[in-house]
Design a protein around this ligand. Structure first.
Ligand SMILES: Nc1ncnc2c1ncn2[C@@H]1O[C@H](COP(=O)(O)OP(=O)(O)OP(=O)(O)O)[C@@H](O)[C@H]1O
Length: 622
């Protein structure tokens, strides 16, 4: 059979280069990764064999076997699981199929320091490729269950791999590591046993170690989640989390409980301390593993947890599920629906405890990582809305830290009935927005919202207690009904330019359909003008988002608010009262509209014309 040469996908090459140059202080993690893959492969076969017993080919004792060869300097990790055929080898081991990989590769190339790279890899996981931390050549010899042809994949981890057909009598996969010169320790049985005890003790599959003529069973194999909490150490929980979630970080939270009664199940759930890179991909895939009576069923069900809890890792094992339940049947299963409801309740209540814990920084680190995902629940799950609102934290104009809605409401000014917010792309731009000026002057706190999901949950939720959410970029904000508190006296206000109404009429006639209306503003103190959405119209940031995603073509005309106390508006008002040539005033009117757009982060309607007008006026002034 011919030997085929293939190039690795670009992101894999880059990843391999970094991994092979051994960034990790603890290289032993490669063993955990390869044993986890072997154990996943056996789980997959065991599940398929429930309906296709012929796949077991008479050999149903699934196991992982580690074999050392001191002469050849190889360590082989073999399993008799599902195996891979030629296409599987090329796609699974030659590309990173996982979503988020393009973003990962981009960030990896942008990362400057080794620490940044390690942290990125930590978020993404390197799985199989970690083999190249200890090996300068890796051979994968595999035969897929139900197929007769075996295949051999070989690579030295630099850009290319080869695939060829080989005979492989036994089903499953052998990973042969040709160890680097300095990695001889992986030929020592004691060293291997120690690492297995540390990282893979709880793998629910026998792990055998063959060292010369001797073969031993080296793991305890007790499913960790079946033990009682008091028998499990923090370290065991952590190692189990890393094993089951293919993670590299510490769990931020560990939730382990047994439910007995109408439905019996055990849940062992983890919340990571690092945000994985693929958290915001469109599939919003969750990865909780489902077991029935300790047999793995699936990690692909969207039924066990809602998408807005997709950051939760771990497993659920139920006594009340049929072993041969198909993934389709899961969708209609009342047992799953009940388990899901209970898990959601439990996770939210644990989060609530942590939110009220003294360790504010810990909760804020969770919020930083997963807050935007949890907020999706406000939009999607009416029944959990009140519980989630208790957990949400915001940046605001009044504080550098995170603020809860309860804190916000407690600080509301006399006469303030609404919770004010502004949405935008980044904290910096929203915090500088002209629409906030009047609110700042009165000392009214405004929530600064910068997650795309904010545009969707706010209109769905509408209220927190009695207080309605109100955008400051909308007209009719009732600013004048709110009293400034003592010590925050509003600055002495300058009088509004006399006859400003005639300027307003002039602006309406000149700007015509480019604006919906022109009004005198109560919200501006420093800026001459700003654009706001008319009450009932779409919020401006939402409109921009929809246009970016090509869901909306043209932009809607907005209300131009002008500041009657601003010197520019005063000068224009004077000019409007005079008879004669209004050409220059009209040019100034267009400049006023364009500057409002620029302040909102939008380009002027016609940039060339904007520059021409500006230069004409500047030339006169200089
Ligand atoms: N021993 C094995 N038997 C069968 N398939 C395997 C084996 N090892 C790896 N694979 C296949 O190769 C894929 C890639 O493995 P890899 O460890 O790189 O990533 P992963 O396990 O999917 O994710 P992670 O990076 O989180 O570990 C796996 O998803 C699996 O399909």
């Amino acid at each position: 059979m011919t030997l085929e040469r293939h190039g690795f996908q670009a992101e894999v090459s880059r990843l391999l280069h970094i991994v092979a140059h051994s960034l990790y202080s603890d290289k032993s993690v490669y063993l955990r990764e390869l044993i986890s893959n072997a154990s996943d492969a056996c789980d997959k076969l065991r599940y398929l064999a429930l309906t296709q017993p012929e796949l077991l080919e008479g050999g149903g004792d699934l196991a992982v076997t580690l074999t050392t060869d001191k002469e050849k300097k190889t360590l082989t990790i073999a399993d008799n699981g599902i195996g891979m055929n030629k296409d599987d080898l090329i796609s699974h081991l030659g590309t990173i199929a996982r979503s988020g990989s393009a973003k990962f590769a981009e960030e990896l190339s942008n990362a400057k320091t080794q620490e940044q790279k390690v942290s990125l890899i930590g978020q993404f996981g390197v799985g199989f490729y970690s083999a190249f931390m200890v090996a300068d050549k890796v051979e994968v010899i595999s035969r897929k269950a139900g197929e007769s042809q075996g295949w051999r994949w070989v690579s030295d981890g630099t850009g290319e791999f080869t695939v060829e057909a080989v005979d492989k009598p036994s089903r499953g996969t052998d990973i042969v590591l040709h160890l680097k010169k300095e990695e001889g320790e992986w030929l020592e049985a004691a060293r291997l046993e120690h690492v297995i005890a540390k990282h893979s003790e709880h793998v629910a599959l026998p792990i055998h170690l063959k060292d010369g003529a001797e073969e031993r069973h080296v793991n305890q194999q007790a499913a960790l989640w079946t033990k009682s909490k008091s028998e499990i150490t923090d370290e065991q929980y952590r190692d189990f989390y890393r094993h089951i979630a293919h993670a590299w970080d510490e769990p931020w939270a560990t939730i382990h409980f047994k439910a007995e009664g109408k439905i019996d199940y055990t849940a062992l759930l983890f919340i990571p301390s690092q945000r994985p890179i693929d958290l915001f991909t469109p599939e919003r895939k969750q990865s909780l593993k489902l077991y029935a009576k300790r047999i793995f069923i699936t990690d692909q069900s969207d039924e066990i947890l809602p998408g807005w809890l997709r950051f939760v890792k771990g497993l659920v094992d139920s006594e009340d599920l049929q072993l041969n339940i198909s993934r389709e049947m899961l969708q209609a299963s009342p047992v799953i629906a009940k388990i899901r409801a209970a898990l959601v309740k439990r996770i939210l209540s644990d989060l609530n405890k942590r939110a009220n814990d003294d360790d504010k920084a810990a909760y804020e680190s969770f919020w930083d990582n997963f807050g935007p995902v949890l907020k999706e629940g406000l939009y999607e799950d009416v029944t959990q809305r009140d519980e989630i609102l208790k957990l949400v934290r915001f940046r605001t104009t009044a504080s550098d830290g995170w603020v809860s809605l309860t804190d916000y409401v407690a600080r509301m000014k006399e006469g303030q009935k609404s919770i004010y917010y502004i949405t935008g792309d980044s904290l910096d731009t929203v915090a500088r927005s002209a629409q906030l000026e009047g609110f700042k002057a009165k000392g009214i706190e405004v929530l600064l919202l910068t997650d795309p999901i904010d545009e969707f949950w706010i209109p769905a939720v509408e209220k927190f207690g009695e207080a309605e959410f109100r955008s400051v970029t909308r007209s009719g904000s009732d600013l004048d009904t709110v009293k400034a508190s003592e010590g925050e006296k509003e600055e002495e206000k300058k009088p509004v330019a006399e006859n400003v109404d005639s300027l307003i009429s002039f602006l309406k006639i000149t700007l015509k359909d480019s604006v919906k209306d022109v009004r005198l503003s109560e919200r501006l103190t420093d800026s001459a003008c700003c654009l706001v959405a008319d009450s009932g119209d779409m919020d401006m940031h939402l409109e921009r988002l929809l246009r970016q995603h090509k869901r909306l073509e043209a932009s809607l005309p907005r209300v131009l608010e002008i500041n009657g106390r601003h010197p520019l508006v005063a000068a224009m008002t004077k000019q409007a009262a005079k008879d004669g040539d209004w050409h220059e005033l009209a040019e100034a009117a267009w400049l006023l509209l364009d500057q409002a757009k620029i302040q909102d982060g939008e380009p002027p309607a016609d940039p060339a014309l904007f520059v021409k007008r500006l230069n004409t006026l500047l030339a006169k002034a200089i």
